[in-house]
Write a protein that binds this ligand. Structure first.
Ligand SMILES: [Zn+2]
Length: 295
């Protein structure tokens, strides 16, 4: 049976892709580290409500704060991989992607003592179901990805909007995309991020109910910095980056609190189990055919 899914992309407030002043790892040592503030608030919310979640953690964060990753795992949540240094997949060669993936996965596995097999790319940067990086994911032992959206320009309209098996040259990957909706007439992510924060809460709630009624697990996501009352100012962001990062940010915690009171959320690996046994999973071949993916 479909159940709502909560996910958290565990990164620092300064992990902004594509901004020279923030994305350069050489600048990170001197920045205030605050990821624990948001993670602890999220863990408390989950604990109060009895829900579980998947935490996609950067390898860099894991090496900085191994105790925090252990806390997440010990609280019964899934630990998954968000890459190592928050680099977009399409900005790396396949070999660089593999190295980034291995470094992150090895750091996480060493801390939690079990296999890490789920992945979410920074900024949904797998972009396309035909990305050859999916084969690298499969070769490195990953079985689930949550990095595709149908919202241009971050994703392609032909990407799946419900769990779908991507057949790669190196084996299958279960793709579990975020909850989608519309924003001013355009396809937009409603599972989290700026469009979700600026969309009426009742509309997002209705979309969650519709997905559940349709047998599809709605996937929501947030970042620890959206739960941080003392988020540092970020001079130098472009107007768009400022909107994406800050607009409606403070709504996130209240919304999660109300959602957690209404639903019992699970980890994204539960979708994997459902799809392995159930009939809802759909095939999406790597040669570009849509394979009946529902829009
Ligand atoms: Zn991220």
């Amino acid at each position: 049976m479909a159940a709502p899914i909560l996910t958290v992309d565990v990164e620092e407030w300064f992990h902004v892709c594509g901004h020279r002043a923030y994305s350069d790892p050489d600048t990170w040592a001197g920045r205030e580290k605050r990821v624990h503030v948001g993670v602890e608030r999220i863990l408390a919310l989950l604990d109060e409500s009895g829900s579980t979640a998947t935490f996609f953690v950067l390898g860099w964060i894991a090496r900085q704060s191994p105790a925090l990753v252990r806390r997440i795992a010990d609280a019964g949540h899934d630990v998954a991989c968000h890459g190592d240094r928050h680099r977009r997949v399409f900005e790396m060669t396949l070999e660089e992607f593999r190295e980034d993936l291995q470094k992150s996965r090895d750091s996480l596995q060493e801390i939690v003592g079990r296999s890490v097999t789920s992945f979410r790319a920074p900024e949904w940067s797998m972009k396309s179901a035909r990305n050859p990086a999916f084969a690298v994911l499969a070769e490195e032992g990953f079985t689930l990805d949550s990095s595709l959206t149908t919202a241009p320009p971050v994703g392609e309209p032909s990407n799946p909007e419900r769990p779908a098996t991507l057949e790669t040259a190196s084996g299958p990957i279960l793709e579990v995309p975020p909850l989608m909706g519309t924003f001013f007439g355009f396809r937009a992510i409603w599972g989290g991020g700026v469009c979700a924060r600026l969309t009426r809460e009742s509309r997002v709630s209705a979309a969650i109910e519709r997905a559940l009624a349709d047998g599809v697990s709605p996937v929501l996501y947030a970042h620890p910095w959206e739960f941080d009352d003392a988020h540092p100012p970020m001079p130098g962001l472009s107007p768009v980056q400022r909107l994406v990062h800050f607009a409606g940010r403070k709504r996130t915690e209240g919304r999660w609190r109300r959602l957690l009171a209404r639903h019992r959320f699970g980890a994204i690996s539960s979708v994997q189990a459902t799809s392995a046994n159930g009939k809802r999973e759909e095939k999406n071949s790597m040669n570009g055919k849509r394979g009946g993916i529902a829009a």
